[in-house]
Design a protein around this ligand. Structure first.
Ligand code: ADP
Ligand code: ZN
Ligand code: ZN
Length: 740
């Protein structure tokens, strides 16, 4: 018997191995094995089992199995083979993403020695002081305690306990140390839930679908605060009653804390949390328990979509429009929302894509009847949608003669007002660092990262410039311009650190916290900050987009958006959609309790249609405009896109290779349009030059994308004719979330 094994390498080649007799009855397709590769051992996955092998060379033997029983059932294996084909990624690489290499069903947590005293052992010698001390201590306790804790009484407590056990004075017990799984959950709040009519109806639709046991996708469009999370929980409860399992996907850890806490409150130990911040032992333990079926509900980030649950009945994707669901690197560049739909299809499950601001794709799928639609148009408990005030910063500058200021007078007044009333404030500014750029006032030259086509950002705390793409740090600040030698160079622009400084100087009595990528990297605990805000110990929470979504704090009555225009003019077809969603979502953080909320949006583009619709909270109007635009320009959801990128350190190498690639586009099907080759917007990142060709295929002629799929695969199926030597790489990005 032979097995074909795929390893997590970028090659599509599979390798043949002999299955040793001792493993014959235990080996199945989809199992992970250890096998020799050259002079080392590597983990791979079995993709085929055969009676004979075509391979003519020397065939080696599989070494051992990673899991004693198969982890992948045929459904999950089906999903993995689909991903490999759809995202043009070797099976071994996909398998590695779905089944992280260091996890195994054989994981055993470390165990700890427990001890309890008993009566009637052999007499102890007087000089056995340590033994006597421990016995005396144990005689006052009538239960097993960790032997390690006796270290306070005598130094080598474990040895002493073992000796005492030999002499019959104590009982010993080994107990596994269960890793702390509470992780990021906030304190739990129990509350009485009585569903509103809208909520009842939504639940009715979902439960009916779950009872049918057929794949059915839903768009749950519920305004912020409409009770989507309560619906998730109740739908999951229904799933458990049907003896099914449930996956709840969340885009970011900042959100995970609150929602996972609410799941924990509802389901206790049936819930597993799955995200990148788990400790290695918690991760291994959680995974094993998911495999064994002890956990029925998995709440987690992107990769939780691969949780090896059996009998999956319900998959829910919160904030489904979030680009965090798309994996950028390593391969496969999958979109967890699309994988969720496919997994639901394979399992005959109900899939709920939920948001207050759906992606254009999902919104369109509802309009054309592909998704069932559930609308929750009202906030729960009569909480009103906030009042939005738009501040025209151009006019503000003219009136105050302060140019490039951070706060308008109106926002300052409102912050003061809330502080006086002991209400809380959330401020959004979607740029971390202190001042984004160092610019020459004479020629306009900006200090750029030497490795990327990206401006460096000034960080005040360490006084350095940093690239937010490759993390390059430049400690010597230039004192003159690179281009014209002028000394007239200035920090310009505003980052969250600068906003924080200004807040601290203006509101000296307020307690202010910042939440952004730098804070997270510095190791401060997000959930601690959120807990403090929730407890009312923080007055003003300032942060980047990570605070714009999902958070639910009843006493936060003012949201200020320092610069509503951030990202508006990025040359990407989703730029407008993203700005709209950010403003709309951030506004939704305000006034979630009894006290009505208010939002202030500062903008230099008050006539821009995105800003207008977002500040009027007019979603329908904006989505219709956006869809018309997408249709006119043949962008998703009206087309399928594949982006082919050539990346390499040699500029000319990249240019030649992308031209060679372009020359292979012959007999282009009618539905397909080809853009480029062109440099990406960020034409150089981490020392790699990047050029791309974008293929768009009109859905009208290519309803499920099959034509585009076959066509681009026929182009790249072998790299013949495209010189990809010399460290060049071809990156295939199917359904990219951005073209930057
Ligand atoms: P969303 O997820 O749509 O933003 P949430 O589920 O967070 O909304 O609901 C907003 C607030 O209203 C939460 O505090 C939630 O517990 C509460 N809530 C929603 N529905 C109900 C209900 N039927 N009974 C009691 N509280 C509810
Ligand atoms: Zn200059
Ligand atoms: Zn860089």
């Amino acid at each position: 018997m032979f097995a074909d094994i795929s390893f997590p390498i970028s090659s599509y080649q599979v390798f043949s191995y002999k299955i040793p007799t001792r493993l014959r009855s235990k080996v199945f397709i989809g199992m992970r094995v250890i096998a020799p590769v050259r002079n080392r051992k590597a983990q791979g996955i079995i993709v085929a089992i055969k009676a004979s092998s075509e391979f003519k060379g020397k065939i080696r033997e599989i070494d051992s199995l990673v899991d004693k029983s198969p982890v992948l059932n045929d459904k999950l294996w089906g999903l993995i083979t689909w991903l490999a084909d759809y995202y043009n990624t070797p099976l071994g690489v996909v398998a590695k993403a779905a089944l992280p290499a260091n996890l195994s069903t054989e994981y055993e947590p470390r165990s700890q020695l427990y001890v309890k005293g008993k009566i009637g052992g052999e007499p102890l010698a007087d000089r056995a002081k340590s033994q006597i001390a421990i016995l005396n201590h144990l005689s006052t306790i009538d239960e097993f305690i960790p032997a390690g804790t006796l270290g306070e009484i005598v130094p080598n407590a474990l040895d002493v306990c073992r000796k005492l056990a030999e002499k019959g004075w104590v009982e010993l017990m080994e107990k596994p140390v269960i890793p702390d799984l509470s992780g990021l959950s906030l304190n739990l709040i129990h509350k009485e839930i009585r569903f509103t009519d809208y909520q009842e109806q939504a639940l009715g639709q979902l439960m009916a679908s779950m009872d049918r046991n057929k794949f059915s996708p839903f768009l749950l469009h519920g305004v912020t605060g409409s009770g989507k999370t309560e619906i998730y929980i109740e739908a999951a409860r229904h799933g458990l009653k049907q003896n099914k399992s449930v996956i709840m996907l969340l885009p970011e850890i900042a959100l995970t804390t609150q929602i996972s806490g609410r799941f924990r409150a509802a389901f206790g130990d049936d819930v597993a949390l799955w995200h990148s911040k788990l400790s290695q032992s918690a991760r291994a333990w959680t995974w094993k328990k998911i495999c064994s079926g002890d956990y029925k509900v998995v709440v987690g980030a992107r990769s939780a979509i691969f949780a090896p649950l059996k009998n999956l009945g319900l998959v829910m994707v919160d904030e489904e429009q979030e680009s965090a669901y798309k994996q950028d690197s390593p391969d496969p560049r999958y979109h967890a929302r699309d994988v969720a739909l496919m997994r639901g299809k394979i399992h005959d499950a109900t899939v709920v894509l939920a948001s207050a601001t759906p992606s254009m794709e999902s919104y369109y799928n509802h309009i054309n009847g592909k998704f069932e639609y559930i609308h929750l148009p009202e906030r729960f408990g009569g909480a009103k949608y906030p009042k939005v005030q738009v501040v025209d910063m151009i006019k503000e500058s003219e009136e105050t003669e302060v140019y490039g200021g951070i706060f308008s007078r109106s926002l300052l007044d409102k912050i003061q007002d809330r502080l006086d009333k002991r209400e809380q404030i959330i401020l959004l500014h979607n740029r971390r660092g202190y001042a984004p750029i160092l610019r020459c006032d004479d020629c306009g030259e900006v200090s750029m990262c030497p490795h990327c086509q990206v401006a460096l950002t000034f960080h005040k705390n360490g006084k350095f410039l940093q690239c937010h793409f490759c993390n390059h740090i430049q400690r010597d600040l230039p004192n003159k311009c690179n281009a014209c030698n002028s000394f007239n160079i200035k920090l310009s622009g505003i980052g969250t650190q600068k906003v924080e400084d200004e807040l601290l100087s203006k509101f000296t009595d307020a307690s202010i916290s910042r939440l952004d990528g730098d804070i997270i990297r510095s190791g401060l605990n997000i959930s601690e900050i959120l807990q403090q805000f929730s407890d009312g110990d923080i007055d003003i929470l300032l942060g980047t987009q990570m605070i714009a979504k999902g958070l639910d704090f009843a006493n936060a009555t003012l949201v200020g958006i320092i610069n509503g225009d951030t990202g508006l003019y990025l040359p990407d077809f989703r730029a407008g959609e993203k700005v709209f969603q950010l403003i709309y979502q951030a506004a939704g953080r305000s006034g979630r309790g009894r006290i009505p909320g208010e939002v202030v949006v500062q903008t230099y583009n008050q006539d821009n249609i995105v800003i207008q619709c977002a500040t009027q909270l007019d979603l329908k109007k904006y989505y219709n405009i956006c869809l018309e635009e997408r249709q006119a320009l043949n962008y998703p959801p009206f087309s399928w896109i594949v982006r082919l990128e050539v990346r390499g350190k040699s500029k000319s190498g990249v240019e030649v290779a992308i031209d060679q690639l372009k020359n292979r586009f012959k007999n282009i099907p009618k539905s397909i349009e080809i853009l480029g080759p062109a440099y990406c917007y960020r034409g150089r990142l981490r020392d790699y030059y990047r050029m791309q060709i974008v293929l768009k295929s009109k859905k009208e002629f290519d309803p499920n994308g099959g034509k585009l799929h076959r066509y681009y695969k026929s182009i790249i199926k072998s790299n013949n004719g495209v010189n990809l030597k010399g460290g060049l790489r071809l990156i295939v990005d199917v359904n990219p979330v951005s073209l930057l």
